[in-house]
Ligand binder design. Structure first.
Ligand SMILES: Cc1cc2nc3c(=O)[nH]c(=O)nc-3n(C[C@H](O)[C@H](O)[C@H](O)COP(=O)(O)O)c2cc1C
Length: 206
């Protein structure tokens, strides 16, 4: 029995392709692992606050200096970190926005990367504290990013996500990209079919 965190970030509801694909993955996973415990978070329903000056002060204060007001400022972040650390596997659905990630998922990352909780420093080097988990990103993109396509080399989404989660010590990171979703019906169908078969493959090997 494993604990799985599933987070959706698209601001679109039922029209969201990334949500749909993540839902398919989770349904297939639950079919194979009915006893797993799923925690679901929807960044559309429960928006993540941006980092503020008070948050930065509280975040970097030594534990003995933390007063109740500062603890309150960190409460939302603490809950996100607890939820993330408790999960053995995480499934994040993330659309591409302006070649990277939507601001709500960046806000999520900013709240989860926490000194003393998800990373620390040892001998002057950063050490991630969230190494014991597998992370899967299911992304949706309007354009193509393959070799020879107009946007080859423009994908800043996968590197941004990899860096942030590797920084927290995660080494097992996988991606399922659905590319070309806004390039007409034929391209969309092909992209969704490909993503769906990758989902079915990964469900049995993850
Ligand atoms: C504000 C905005 C910015 C976008 N930027 C890009 C982009 O840089 N590259 C791209 O390929 N698609 C881009 N798209 C298209 C989305 O990635 C695509 O429609 C995707 O399916 C959205 O995910 P969702 O269906 O889960 O909401 C953008 C869409 C929006 C609304």
């Amino acid at each position: 029995m494993a604990s799985i965190l599933h987070v959706d970030s698209s601001p679109r509801g039922d029209r969201s392709k990334s949500r749909k694909l993540a839902k398919e993955f989770m349904a297939a996973w639950q079919n194979l692992h009915p006893d797993d415990v799923i925690t679901y978070r929807d960044l559309k329903q429960t928006p993540v606050p941006h980092v503020t000056e008070d948050w930065i002060v509280a975040c970097f204060a030594p534990p003995e200096a933390l007063n109740p007001e500062m603890a309150e400022v960190l409460k939302f972040s603490d809950d996100l970190v607890d939820e993330f650390l408790a999960a053995e596997r995480c499934v994040f659905s993330v659309p591409m926005y302006n070649f990277s990630i939507p601001s709500n998922f960046k806000a999520y990352i900013d709240q989860v990367i926490r000194v003393g909780r998800t990373f620390t420093e040892e001998d002057g080097r950063v050490k991630g504290l969230a190494s014991n988990k597998k992370v899967l990103f299911i992304t949706s993109r309007g354009a193509e990013f393959g070799v020879g396509s107009p946007y080859e080399g423009w994908d800043c989404q996968e590197p941004a996500l990899r860096c942030a989660f590797q920084f927290m010590g995660v080494t097992d990171i996988q991606f399922i990209h659905a590319n070309g979703l806004d390039m007409g019906d034929e391209a969309r169908k092909r992209a969704l079919d490909e993503a769906q078969s990758k989902i079915q493959e990964l469900v049995s090997s993850w």
